[in-house]
Design a binder for this molecule. Structure first.
Ligand code: TXA
Ligand code: MG
Length: 335
């Protein structure tokens, strides 16, 4: 299929494609999204086809105002309103009871729907101009790494979608926090840039879904999407645990030609072999911003194996490690 590349100044064309039941890729502050009219079941099916996404994995519905949340859910409750007041628009998705007119294809048959009010001006303008909520998963082939730049998304989805909006690089770089607010206690189903600590400041009872806590017996995935292979580049990913100076000296003598080490800026200049920079370790939001882009770049450069230093699993570090544990399929190296 012919894919039209659309400038952010020409969103009328993108909105028309959405209104005609086509798919459009657009930038958000988290990752690029692959959108279609959330009220049109045929359009929604095109998303699943373009991504090769399993039909039992529900989509997030994107809105451009708080009042639009009322249209897609049947119970915009007080807990949800409190979260919305503090963090919307922004990188968070609320799981709420679904309104009857949202097709089953969107919610994968669940009685709930994930709703996100993005902060990105292009995403918001597109939804407003289309005049309909837009369901959108991350814009990547299922199982691969989410795209955070126009060039990455174009390489992966050109020819598979109706249009691609040529936007800027995504600010946060990892997908939104998914928070179940259907019960009295808010439960994080997928950690993101709005962290557990930030949510607990306004709703102290907020907790992580048991499957996200190391050492628990919970095997049931937090949300349907969490059971699938995810965030996998072509290269093998290995998480490395240990002190940074030990890691550096180990890889100075153990890194093959086809392998690459991801490093923080503090150590970057001291390492002489294949390397990519994660930003400073004193601000892990830089690592979140870079990580998906670097995984894709490592594939493009033909590396077979990527070593990534593990980070402390708190704050945004928890969200980064949630993605990297899936990328690595549990492969670790302790030094
Ligand atoms: O930042 C984001 O959330 C991006 C941008 C494009 O908005 N979207 C995104 O969508 O990451 P996707 O489809 O790649 O991930 C959505 C996650 C999946 O794990 C899915 O299973 C879960 O949210 N989810 C969606 N609706 C749900 C529901 N009703 N109940 C539980 N989990 C749900
Ligand atoms: Mg995704």
């Amino acid at each position: 299929m012919d894919t039209i590349v659309i400038q952010p100044t020409g969103l009328e064309q993108a909105a028309e494609l959405i209104q005609h039941g086509e798919t459009v890729v657009f930038p958000t502050e988290t990752v690029y999204g692959l959108g279609a009219d959330a009220t049109n079941p045929d359009a929604v099916l095109k998303i699943f086809k373009a991504k090769n996404r399993p039909a039992d994995n529900p989509l997030i519905v994107h809105v451009s105002s708080l009042s639009m949340i009322e249209e897609v859910t049947s119970d915009f409750n007080e807990v949800a309103k409190t979260v919305a007041k503090h963090f919307m628009p922004g990188p968070i998705t609320l799981v709420l009871k679904k309104a009857a007119h949202i097709p089953d294809a969107v919610s994968a048959g669940l009685p709930t729907v994930g709703v996100r009010f993005p902060k990105h001006p292009v995403a918001r303008e597109l939804i407003t101009k289309a005049g309909t909520p837009i369901s959108a998963p991350s814009a990547n082939i299922s199982g691969t790494v989410s795209a955070t730049s126009f060039s990455d998304v174009y390489r992966e989805l050109n020819g598979c979608v109706g249009g691609i909006v040529c936007g800027d690089d995504c600010e946060f770089g990892i997908e939104s926090t998914v928070l179940d607010v259907t019960g009295e206690i808010p439960v994080i189903l997928r950690p993101g840039s709005i962290t557990l600590e930030m949510l607990q400041e306004i709703l102290p009872k907020t907790r992580l879904h048991p499957s996200l806590i190391e050492g628990t017996e919970e095997k049931k995935p937090a949300s349907p999407g969490m059971k699938y292979t995810h965030y996998s580049p072509k290269a093998e990913v290995v998480l490395v645990y240990g002190k940074m100076d030990t890691i550096i000296s180990h890889f100075e003598s153990h890194l093959d030609e086809q392998e690459c080490l991801f490093l923080f800026s503090e150590e970057y200049d001291t390492f002489s072999k294949n390397k990519m920079c994660l930003g400073t370790k004193t601000d892990l939001s830089q690592m979140a911003h870079e990580i998906f882009r670097l995984l894709k770049r490592a594939d493009l450069e033909g590396y077979q194996k990527i070593y990534i230093p593990a980070v402390e699993e708190k704050g945004i570090g928890l969200s980064i490690m949630n993605r990297l544990k899936k990328s690595s399929g549990g492969k670790v190296l302790s030094l």
